[in-house]
Design a protein. Structure first.
Length: 209
C-alpha cells in the first residue's frame, strides 16, 4: 500500500448524502477477479446522467471527493474502496461514514476525513475552482483562501495510512519478533515442531510418505 501523508488537488464537490456502496460500485461489477478497471464502474448510475460531475473535465483525475453525511452505507463490499482507488481518489471528506466503509477505506489507502457540515459547505464552494489540501501530519484540511479545518483520525489508522501498512504490511513489520518467538518455542517445546512436521507429511497416491 502506498504511504499517504498529504493529499492535494482538485476535489469533486458532490455533497450527496446517504451514498451507499451500490451507488459507488453497482453489484454487477462484483464478478471481477481483479481490482483493476473497477474505476470504470464507479458511480455508474450517476455517470449515466448527462452533464454529471464525475465526467466533468474540470475535475478529471481529482484525488479528493467531498460528500454528504453517511457516505458508504449499505453493504460491506470492499469493492467500493477498490473502485474509488482505481478512479484515483485518495481521500473522501464527509460529515460521517459507514463504519465498515471507513475501515475498508483505510485498508486500501483512502483517507476518510470527518468534518462538520459547515466545513463541508465551505469546501464544496471552494472546490468549484480551487484545490484542497489534506495533511495527515498536521491533521488539517486547508484551502488557498486560508481556510483551515482540523479533523481527527484514530492514531492506529493514521499510522497505517502514513506508513502504507495494510494487514500484510503490519505482519511483515514484526518479522523479527515472530521469528524470535518461533525460535524460542522450538527450543522450549521441540515436540511441537515434530507435531507440525507430522501434520505436514505429504500424501501421494493415497499413501502417507
Amino acid at each position: 500500500m502506498t504511504p499517504v501523508t498529504t493529499v492535494q488537488g482538485t476535489a469533486y464537490p458532490w455533497g450527496q448524502k446517504n451514498v451507499d456502496t451500490d451507488v459507488i460500485i453497482p453489484a454487477h461489477w462484483l464478478k471481477t477477479t481483479t481490482r483493476a478497471g473497477l474505476g470504470r464502474g464507479a458511480f455508474e448510475t450517476v455517470r449515466a446522467e448527462p452533464g454529471n460531475l464525475f465526467d466533468d473535465p474540470r475535475y478529471a483525475g481529482a484525488p479528493i471527493l467531498i460528500a454528504g453525511d453517511n457516505f458508504g452505507c449499505g453493504s460491506s463490499r470492499e469493492h467500493a474502496a477498490w473502485a474509488l482507488t482505481d478512479m484515483g481518489i485518495t481521500a473522501v471528506i464527509a460529515p460521517s461514514f459507514s463504519d465498515i466503509f471507513s475501515g475498508n477505506a483505510v485498508k486500501n489507502g483512502i483517507v476518510p476525513v470527518v468534518l462538520p457540515q459547515e466545513a463541508i459547505d465551505r469546501l464544496l464552494a471552494v472546490a468549484q475552482d480551487q484545490p484542497i489540501t489534506i495533511d495527515l501530519e498536521t491533521m488539517t484540511v486547508t484551502t488557498p483562501y486560508q481556510d483551515r479545518f482540523s479533523f481527527e483520525l484514530d492514531p492506529f489508522r493514521r499510522r497505517c495510512l502514513m506508513e502504507g501498512l495494510d494487514e500484510i504490511g503490519l505482519t511483515l513489520a514484526r518479522t523479527a519478533q515472530i521469528s524470535g518467538f518461533e525460535a524460542t518455542v522450538a527450543a522450549e517445546r521441540p515436540w511441537l515442531a515434530r507435531e507440525r512436521a507430522d501434520a505436514g507429511v505429504a500424501v501421494e497416491g493415497g499413501r502417507r510418505t
